[in-house]
Structure formats: structure tokens, C-alpha cells
Design a protein around this ligand. Structure first.
Ligand code: NAD
Length: 384
């Protein structure tokens, strides 16, 4: 059986290398060519385009960063599915939404190909040591047929159910990874403030109920060494938490803490921590601790200036507010029922900061509303 692996990043390169070690012939493709060179050095075949590749192999595996990258590689004009090469088996190890997995699977099926969504957990160490957990959705028959390959990559292999079901389990895993990352980071920040050595905290909590694999990973490999090279990039955890939030919104589930963590990760990403390992949340909180303490609420009234323009630019205004929410700047927003205008409550360190944000709001740029800013003393609020 000949294999191909697209996406030779932090996870893909060690996974594809393990397939080589197991004796398979493996072709590799990566966007940045340096990674392909690394793969060639361990015996991988490189230099083919996706179109050239499809005729050479039986199975194509992918481990790509963002859902848009995954969709392009599978469903783009030069993508795998459009090649029309019947009989291929496709296995996607990336973390995407279950809707995207279903969309790719049905396109693959129509083109006479098989598809499994097979997200993984266990990090780069799991990828290197071939001890990943792999949660698979799709045909049980194809899963069984692919077991000899999957066994070279992971230790815990689960067939969960229909297409997309592997992805649902993976996103629930990521919800807990995100919350545990936040919990561990906050405990370590507070330990610093209380002058408690973090190694003492780690030794004791590792034997207590607060013990967690995520805390152990973050402390041992990153915080203790004061290095935050991924690993698993914070921006990828933010992507996963956004996928979790969307899944929750669509299902009607309420995730008060999960939603908060997603916003914090978004804010850390905007502040330049996206390329650091996810344990960099500790470094972000440490650097921004003072800023957080200084944060206040600002009520921004947006009195009506031009009702017609207000109607026209409403979608842009709401999209802008959503961006602000994702950056952790927005506390609440709404409009008055009597058409007088609206109210947006921002969280910021000072009024100047808020003035800068409001002046970029399409409502203000287009002359639909005026604005007035007042510092607001929040007495009691629902934080989610
Ligand atoms: P990464 O950014 O290190 O690697 C992704 C690789 O894909 C990069 O080398 C990039 O150049 C390449 N790439 C992007 N677009 C491409 C394209 N169109 N064609 C070819 N190559 C392309 O990311 P990663 O950490 O390896 O994560 C990959 C996926 O696995 C993500 O979906 C992530 O959420 C998931 N994941 C990561 C970890 C982890 O610990 N890093 C663990 C579990 C799951």
C-alpha cells in the first residue's frame, strides 16, 4: 500500500516519519518547502503536486492547520476530490468542524473515494512516539482496513461512529484542554503572586485532585523552562475553541467558561501570543496581569443620527462588534427598543483606548450614529 501525507508540520512530520519507519513508501507535501526537505532527509518522497500524487498512491492523509486549508486541499479546484481518482482512501487528522468533515466525505463519496475524519490527541510527543489517540468517524469497514496504518501512528484507536463523530469527540477534548490550560495558567500566576515556588506547587498538585495532564505538560515542558516554542500553537487552540463555541451555539448548549476561554485566547492571539505554544497563556497573563487589573467598563451610547444609514450599515456594525468581542474588548451590546440608538459596553484601561475602537466602528465612519463615552461602574453583571 502506497501512502501520501499532506501537511508536514509539528504533527504531520513525525507522523509521516513513523510510517516510513514502519516500511511504507510515503510521499509528502507541505506548503513551506523546508519541511519537505526534512521529510526527504528521513527517506520520504517529495516534489509532487497533489494532482501528480493522486495517481501514485492508495491512501492520502492530511494534517493541516486551519479548516480553510483543509477544505482547499480536499475540495479546491486543484484539490484531491476534483482529481476524480476513484478508489482512493482519504484520512483527515486535522481538527475541523464536523460539518466540514461531512461535506468533504460526501464530496469524496460522489467521486468514488472513501473518507475518514480521524482527529488526534497526544501532542507532538504522541506523534513522535506513535502513542496518539485517534478518534475516527466513517465506515467501520474502511476503519478496519486502515487499522494497520493507524496502528503505526497511535496507541488508542477508536471508531466512534458516522462521519463527523470523531471530530465531535476531538472538539470536546479541546474544550477541556482549553479550560485546563486556563486553570493551570491562573493557578501558576497566583502562585507567583503568593511567592510560592511553582515547582513546589507542581509537585504537590500532581498528587492532588488538581492534577491534570495539561498542567503537567505546560509546567514541565514550557513554563519551567521559560520557553514557549510550539508544540501546539495557541492560535490553533483558539481555532479549536471557536469551533467548540460554534458547535455549542448550534446545539443550544451553554458554555459559560468555554466561551470566556475562547475570548481570552482570541485576545492573547491579537496581542502577539498566537505563534507561541498554548502554554503561552501563562506568559500572556503574566505580561498582561497589570493591564487586566486596570481594566474598567465604559458605556458607549450611540444615539441615532441617520436611521436609514443605521439600517444599511447594521450588518457591518454587528460584524465589527463581533471582532471586538473575539478580542475580549466587548462586554455587552444592544439597542434601545424606541429606536433612540444603542449601547455598547467595552472593557478597556482608559477612555482613549475606547475612543480609538469606537471611531473605527462602521456606524461612526458612515455617519449613522454619534457616540458618547462614559466610564461605567459595574456593580453586578452576568459575565457570560
Ligand atoms: P502546524 O502549523 O505545525 O503544521 C501544519 C503544516 O501544514 C505546516 O507545515 C504548513 O506549512 C502546512 N500546510 C498548510 N497549508 C497547506 C497546504 N495547503 N498544503 C500543504 N501543506 C500545507 O500545525 P500542527 O500543530 O501540525 O497541527 C495540524 C493539525 O493538527 C491542526 O488542525 C491542529 O489543530 C491538529 N492538532 C495539533 C496538535 C499539536 O499538538 N500540535 C495535536 C492534535 C491535533
Amino acid at each position: 500500500m502506497k501512502l501520501a501525507f499532506i501537511g508536514l508540520g509539528n504533527m504531520g512530520l513525525p507522523m509521516a516519519s513513523n510510517l516510513l519507519k514502519a516500511g511504507y513508501e510515503v510521499y509528502g507535501i507541505n506548503r513551506s518547502k523546508g519541511r519537505e526537505e526534512l521529510f526527504a532527509q528521513v527517506g520520504g518522497k517529495v516534489g509532487l503536486t497533489v494532482r501528480e500524487l493522486v495517481g501514485q498512491v492508495d491512501v492520502i492523509m492530511t494534517c493541516l492547520p486551519m479548516p480553510a486549508d483543509v477544505e482547499k486541499v480536499y475540495l479546491g479546484p486543484d484539490g484531491i476530490v476534483n482529481s476524480g481518482r476513484k478508489g482512493l482512501t482519504l484520512i483527515d487528522f486535522s481538527t475541523v468542524s464536523s460539518e466540514l468533515s461531512v461535506k468533504m466525505a460526501s464530496a469524496a463519496e460522489q467521486a468514488g473515494m472513501n473518507f475518514l475524519d480521524a482527529p488526534v490527541s497526544g501532542g507532538t510527543t504522541g506523534a513522535e512516539q506513535a502513542t496518539l489517540s485517534i478518534m475516527v468517524g466513517g465506515s467501520k469497514q474502511i476503519f478496519d482496513r486502515m487499522l494497520p496504518v493507524l496502528e503505526k501512528l497511535g496507541k488508542n484507536l477508536y471508531h466512534v461512529g458516522d462521519i463527523g463523530s470523531g471530530t465531535v469527540v476531538k472538539l470536546l477534548n479541546q474544550l477541556m484542554v482549553g479550560i485546563h490550560t486556563q486553570a493551570a495558567s491562573e493557578a501558576m500566576i497566583l502562585a507567583d503572586k503568593m511567592n510560592l515556588p511553582k515547582h513546589t506547587l507542581h509537585r504537590i498538585l500532581s498528587e492532588s485532585f488538581a492534577q491534570s495532564r495539561i498542567y503537567d505538560r505546560h509546567y514541565t515542558h514550557f513554563v519551567q523552562k521559560d520557553q514557549f516554542q510550539p508544540g501546539f500553537a495557541l492560535s490553533l487552540l483558539h481555532k479549536d475553541m471557536a469551533l467548540v463555541k460554534k458547535m455549542a451555539d448550534e446545539s443550544g448548549a451553554v458554555l459559560p467558561i468555554g466561551a470566556q476561554v475562547e475570548r481570552l485566547l482570541g485576545a492573547a492571539k491579537v496581542e502577539g501570543f498566537g505563534d507561541k505554544d498554548m502554554s503561552g497563556m501563562y506568559a500572556y497573563l503574566k505580561e498582561n496581569g497589570r493591564r487586566f487589573q486596570e481594566r474598567k467598563y465604559f458605556a458607549v451610547f450611540l444615539p441615532m443620527k441617520d436611521a436609514e444609514k443605521s439600517q444599511i450599515f447594521l450588518p457591518q456594525h454587528l460584524a465589527y462588534l463581533e471582532e471586538q468581542r473575539n478580542m475580549g474588548r466587548l462586554f455587552a451590546n444592544g439597542r434601545f427598543g424606541d429606536e433612540w440608538g444603542g449601547l455598547v459596553v467595552y472593557i478597556a484601561c482608559n477612555e482613549e483606548e475606547v475612543r480609538g475602537w469606537v471611531s473605527q466602528d462602521p456606524y461612526f465612519i458612515e455617519g449613522a450614529r454619534d457616540f458618547e463615552i462614559h466610564e461605567w461602574d459595574l456593580v453586578k453583571g452576568h459575565v457570560y
